[in-house]
Design a protein around this ligand. Sequence first.
Ligand code: CA
Length: 367
Amino acid sequence: MSSRRQFLTAAATVLGAGALSACNKKEETASVAASAQEKITWKMVTSWPANFPGLGTGAIRIADYINQLSGGRLTVKVFAAGELVGALEVFDAVSAGTAQLGHSGAYYWKGKSRAAQFFSSVPFGLTAQEMNAWLFYGDGMKLWEETYQPFGLIPGAGGNSGTQMGGWFNKEINSVADFKGLKMRMPGLGGEVIQRLGAIPVNLPGGEIFTALQSGAIDATEWVGPYNDQAFGLHKAAKNYYAPGWHEPGTTMECMMNEKAYNALPADLQAIVKAAIRLVNHDMLAEYTARNQLALHELETQHGVKAKSFPDDVLRELKKLSDAVLDEEAAKDPLSQKVWASQKVFRDSVAPWTAIAEGAIINARKL
Ligand code: CA
């Protein structure tokens, strides 16, 4: 050993710095190879109950893909809401590095940054397809990164529920007057919109909706769509099921990362993490599409539910009020203004294509 070192020293002296640097390079390569084999464990906190269908199982799927694609070099342990931190503490936990990943919905973080709510879904906003187009082939992702950067977070689109349902009502909705005095569980900007029709928006966590609707504490509720709504038994508490979910036309879930933890990963693991999140972003939409239609069929054939559409003049009024609420909300700070302006321009420019493509084929199938 010592004679080898003596030889290297002598060789370096004879051959000059070139040989020495080649030798150092070899050692460097060996240490990179060693760190590439290092096993890393990450935590993912979520806003969902354990194994919650669609949202929770989607988060678990991201972790599974990371574990498999990395050959076990990066293991992600998933925590349901309340196991490590509460449902609405996900943002802070990932920002602080308590967990490296967080699966949630950006509209929960309005209190951190108002602009965040534009990255989940807004009334009469983008569909799932259009949202992905804006995020990945428009300015969406760049603006989301700008919004989360001050918190040491890197955002990721980590799933989409597709178009939600307009909700369950204990009476028919035939005109805007039917919203007057209606106590409806509808959080966020949608709640703000129905308030302008005289409704009383109520914010309740998912687990409390059924009891509130059945006891008459609320007259109506929105939740997600047939798959998740049926699981909560909402059809047992109200029979009038309305479409469309004008308030959530295509809700993006998020999988955010702690920036420092992400930057510390080797490049191949960084690529795996991003790929797994993106994969589930698309996979969740496929799952919801498949399961929603099965659940709707069951609700209609076995539980006497008849899905109805809101009358056109109700939707027209809701849209008018939504545009006003969104413009007012965005005007409250410059970043929100910038994000909403970008999304609004994208929505209005993609709408003719969506109508001529998917809209037209959907109409044609009814002929
Ligand atoms: Ca909803």
